[in-house]
Design a protein around this ligand. Structure first.
Ligand SMILES: Nc1nc2c(c(=O)[nH]1)N[C@H]1C(S)=C(S)[C@@H](COP(=O)(O)OP(=O)(O)OC[C@H]3O[C@@H](n4cnc5c(N)ncnc54)[C@H](O)[C@@H]3O)O[C@H]1N2
Ligand code: MOO
Length: 424
């Protein structure tokens, strides 16, 4: 394995971004996992930002900061249902107030209260001028036009002052922030209906193999198997924030594979299978006549060694090994970060490694960095006893990957190990 010094990463973070030219020319030999990620991140630049509605922007990253277009609250308003009163009346002995009206959320000017007066207010309603607090309805006794407050509570005035949450012009959300439901609340509250974001990457999925057929169509023939990857990788693309615009199951025929690629205007082409060295492994070869520039091929990792990545013009091409556990592992480790980078995010955001205590012993690792399927819970992480790259049954029982560096010593129960959620 040859290492590429420029591509080094430190704990999953690139140590300085590579230029596109360097990334496409330097890393063509077998490289280590962190170097491969650095190459991918150097080549994955987002397209020009577009304005999209907030509800369509989930998972995208803001290409511009969000400034508040108004004050919030817009005016002094009640934080509780109750009666608005003046402190000087309430705490100097007056117990009976004359109610002069009602203010609802959405009411216009609530007017003003004078000495001995009160106004019924609902949560979110404008509070009348002169009022210092809202006494919760539970402490008030209403009769006719009067309100009696015998034991007024001290403490919070239950009035939200104008601009006390945020003020007009305030920077609320910095550029680069990922749009989540929580971020959507802030943005909409600031009176934005559209957000400027990098467009979602468009994905083309090409599953290759003479033996694969659509799930549901395999049991009748002994010589075919269900395509167990296309739907899974499509799900992963969606949860990472991309749109799958086209998918196909193709025979092991490089001309057919190349033609399929030519007809889609995708940002990322994902080729499933045909990544290694079999007579019919046409993954990379199919794209050579189209001008494929390989950025890396063969990563020193287990599973997933044959994973490869390059570009055809502006299009990214990622080849995942056909063995299902290897395909899912490499999709999580390379396709999620590629999508994240094209959305304006980064590798570290897409791969949130965190330390969890091992629930059982983990044996020493060999010379290839390993990513082990594991089950995580609040108690810690348990590595599966079988780690077979072609396995499919076990995938339904795992939800994480444990990272084991090359030649790592054994792990004892309770020791922390880097763990990644298998689903993004
Ligand atoms: N001489 C070598 N042989 C192999 C190497 C190597 O370095 N030298 N690498 C091994 C490793 S590691 C892996 S992983 C596999 C990867 O193989 P390919 O990417 O070429 O995949 P295929 O040969 O097309 O298929 C492998 C296996 O997976 C099944 N498969 C493929 N696609 C699907 C699908 N969509 N759904 C379900 N199953 C699928 C396919 O039937 C094969 O059984 O190569 C090793 N060999
Ligand atoms: O690495 Mo392969 O992905 O072992 O089967």
């Amino acid at each position: 394995m040859s290492r590429v010094p420029d591509c080094r990463m430190s704990r999953g973070r690139p140590m300085g971004k590579l230029s596109e030219m360097t990334a496409l020319t330097a890393c063509t030999a077998s490289i280590d996992f962190d170097s491969a990620l650095a190459v991918l991140s150097a080549l994955a630049n987002p397209r020009d930002p577009v304005a999209v509605s907030i509800s369509d922007a989930g998972g995208c990253h803001l290409a511009a900061p969000i400034l508040a277009l108004l004050d919030s609250p817009r005016h002094a308003c009640a934080a509780m249902d109750g009666y608005a009163v003046r402190d000087c009346d309430l705490f100097t002995g007056a117990a009976t107030f004359r109610s002069i009206g009602v203010s609802y959320a959405g009411s216009h000017d609530a007017g003003e209260i004078g000495p001995g007066e009160t106004m019924r207010v609902m949560t979110g309603a404008p509070v009348p001028r002169g009022a210092d607090r809202v006494v919760m309805i539970e402490y008030c006794r209403q009769s006719e036009g009067d309100v009696r407050i015998d034991n007024p509570p001290f403490g919070k005035p239950h009035i939200r002052r104008r601009g006390s949450d945020f003020a007009l012009g305030q920077l609320l959300i910095p550029e680069g922030t990922k749009v989540t439901p929580a971020v959507a609340v802030s943005a909409a509250a600031a009176d934005h209906h559209e957000l400027l974001v990098s467009p979602r990457p468009r994905i083309q999925l090409l599953a290759t193999g003479d033996e694969i057929v659509a799930p549901g169509a395999a049991a009748g023939s002994a010589f075919v198997i269900p395509d167990s990857l296309s739907a899974a990788i499509e799900l992963l693309c969606h949860s990472a924030g991309a749109t799958v615009i086209s998918k196909a199951r193709l025979p092991d025929d490089s001309d057919v594979i190349a033609r399929a690629m030519e007809f889609a205007s995708a940002d990322i082409i994902v080729v499933l299978g045909g990544a290694s060295r079999g007579d019919r492994d046409h993954g990379r070869a199919a794209f050579a006549p189209l001008g494929l520039k390989i950025a890396f091929a063969d990563v020193a990792m287990k599973p997933g060694k044959p994973v490869w990545y390059g570009k055809v013009g502006a299009r990214h091409v990622l080849g995942l090994p056909g063995n299902p556990t290897a395909a899912l592992t490499t999709a999580r480790l390379f396709l999620s970060p590629l999508i994240s980078c094209l959305l304006g995010g980064d590798v570290a955001g897409a791969l949130p490694w965190h330390l969890l205590p091992a629930l059982g012993p983990i044996e020493a690792n060999g010379p290839r960095e390993a990513f082990l399927c594991a089950a995580t819970s609040f108690r810690g992480v348990e590595v599966s006893d079988r780690q077979d790259a072609s396995g499919q049954a076990r995938l339904a029982q795992v939800n994480g990957l444990v990272r084991r560096p090359a030649n790592a010593p054994p792990i004892l129960p309770g020791m922390p190990v880097p763990t990644l959620p298998l689903c993004c």
